[in-house]
Design a binder for this molecule. Structure first.
Ligand SMILES: Cc1cc2nc3c(=O)[nH]c(=O)nc-3n(C[C@H](O)[C@H](O)[C@H](O)COP(=O)(O)OP(=O)(O)OC[C@H]3O[C@@H](n4cnc5c(N)ncnc54)[C@H](O)[C@@H]3O)c2cc1C
Length: 419
């Protein structure tokens, strides 16, 4: 590896010499004329795919091209929640694969990504919702995933600050996944970038893809703001920009782009040491290590490519928070921001080949693609290297909307804004 090996000894050595000896975490690579594989998009998914391609499949003549900077997209904008508490057989094995990779990630990358399995607690507020959550918990346990139902007495011990007697939304219990939690989002991008670079991958920032060269139905390379780059294989991992980038290759994706906002408050003393989600509205919250309450809610509800949101959604999210834990009413909101979500028609992702030979697609992550980063990267690398889907991602086909094999976790139908 051409990068530093982070260890207690290297930290001590650098402390003694004023931190003058660290190498950059990744090189500022310039594009070569051609690569075996080019990945478009330096977010979590693209960088993870590059890492696994190099590490597990021995494919190192790889470039990741990013129009902005590493971590500037959704991977650095999300609310950092990881979990594998899914219901459907198409989803559970994939997200559990991801959870297992999270559990070994820091050792794998030799990088502190602050993986914190502090548990994810989904509250329920009615008998019908309890039954639905019990069913989900049973499905998880049948797949070997941890899940337990909490009653109010136990919840009060863990989350004493909730408004249990709220007349409209009384808290009646919760489904918990103890292994769920949070991970420091931009450290994930940096850790994967560092590891991929150390294995020979070129990470090329400020390089926007503007077109594709396709001849006889086969990909030959990409037009970029830094010139043409030849490639035997190209993979798209462009999250909220997936439909725009795929359109340059002549594809119309079953995806809409929507804005999702996130919020962080001023730092406060330890208040909540789990991730908690409101079951009667869209609100989820955790506390960062700096003390800020990190929370989010629903998408803004209209199609957009703008990385900022609107005040009505700010109000809606804060109302959810106030209904659940009135104690946060006097905390000051410090920052809010937006990211662009690639909302698919059934709420589930796509990791598949495309009609263009040598062109692969990773998209449709809606607002749950951060927890998927390790598995999506691993499965995309598998697909690129072996030209066949990884078994846990076999259901994430592009043609499932035409064949009727949708994976509609929420049962919402073809309404991307509702998933
Ligand atoms: C506010 C918010 C909260 C969220 N909360 C959670 C959560 O708690 N848990 C969870 O699991 N998920 C969450 N998500 C979703 C998750 O962040 C995304 O699904 C995931 O990060 C998307 O994959 P990515 O990291 O590869 O995307 P990105 O980081 O967006 O990477 C895509 C990259 O492609 C680049 N790109 C686009 N077009 C081009 C081009 N033409 N040429 C070159 N590069 C290009 C972009 O610049 C971008 O850097 C949240 C998202 C947001 C916005």
């Amino acid at each position: 590896m051409s990068t530093d090996n982070y260890s207690i000894f290297s930290v001590l050595r650098e402390a003694l010499r004023g931190h003058t000896g660290w190498k950059p975490a990744w090189r500022d690579a310039a594009p070569k004329a051609a690569y075996d594989v080019v990945i478009v998009g330096g977010g979590g998914h693209g960088l993870a795919a590059a890492h696994y391609l190099a590490k597990e499949f021995g494919v190192t003549n790889v470039a990741v091209v990013e129009k902005g900077w590493i971590g500037g997209g959704n991977v650095g904008r999300n609310t950092t929640i990881i979990r594998s508490n899914y219901l459907l057989p198409g989803n559970i094995p994939f997200y559990e694969h991801s959870m297992k990779l999270w559990e070994g990630l820091e050792q794998d990358l030799n990088y502190n990504a602050m993986v914190s399995q502090r548990s994810v607690i989904n509250l329920f507020h009615s008998d019908g919702q309890r039954d639905a959550y019990a069913r989900r918990g049973n499905a998880m346990r049948l797949h070997g995933v941890d899940a337990d139902l909490l009653d109010v007495a136990e919840l009060k011990r863990i989350l004493p600050m909730l408004d249990y007697e709220n007349a409209r939304f009384p808290v009646k219990g919760a489904l918990r996944q103890k292994r769920g939690g949070t991970v420091r989002h931009d450290a994930v991008a940096w850790g994967y970038a560092r590891s991929a670079d150390g294995r020979g991958v070129d990470i090329i920032q400020n390089c926007e893809v503007t077109g594709f060269r396709i001849e006889g139905g086969r990909i030959l390379g990409l037009e970029t703001s830094r010139g043409f780059i030849g490639a035997k294989k190209v993979a798209l991992a462009c999250a909220g920009n997936s439909s725009r980038v795929a359109a340059m290759a002549g594809m119309r994706l079953p995806i809409e782009s929507h804005v999702l906002q996130a919020f962080v408050t001023e730092g406060v003393k330890p208040f909540i040491d789990t991730v908690c989600t409101f079951g009667a509205g869209h609100f989820y919250i955790s506390q960062s290590d700096k003390g800020g309450l990190v929370f989010g809610g629903d998408i803004d509800g209209y199609n957009s490519y703008a990385q900022r949101g609107n005040l009505p959604t700010v109000e809606d999210v804060c109302e959810g928070g106030m209904a659940l834990m009135p104690a946060i009413g006097r905390v000051r909101l410090l920052r809010s921001w937006g990211g662009i979500m690639d909302m698919s028609m059934d709420g589930s992702p796509i990791i598949d080949r495309t009609p263009v030979e040598g062109l692969y697609l990773n998209a449709g992550w809606c607002y749950g693609g951060f927890k998927a980063v390790p598995a999506a990267g691993h499965c995309l690398a598998h697909l690129i290297a072996r030209d066949e889907p990884h078994p846990v991602a076999a259901a994430y086909r592009l043609d499932r909307f035409a064949t009727g094999r949708t994976i509609d976790e929420k049962g919402m139908g073809a309404q991307p804004n509702l998933h």
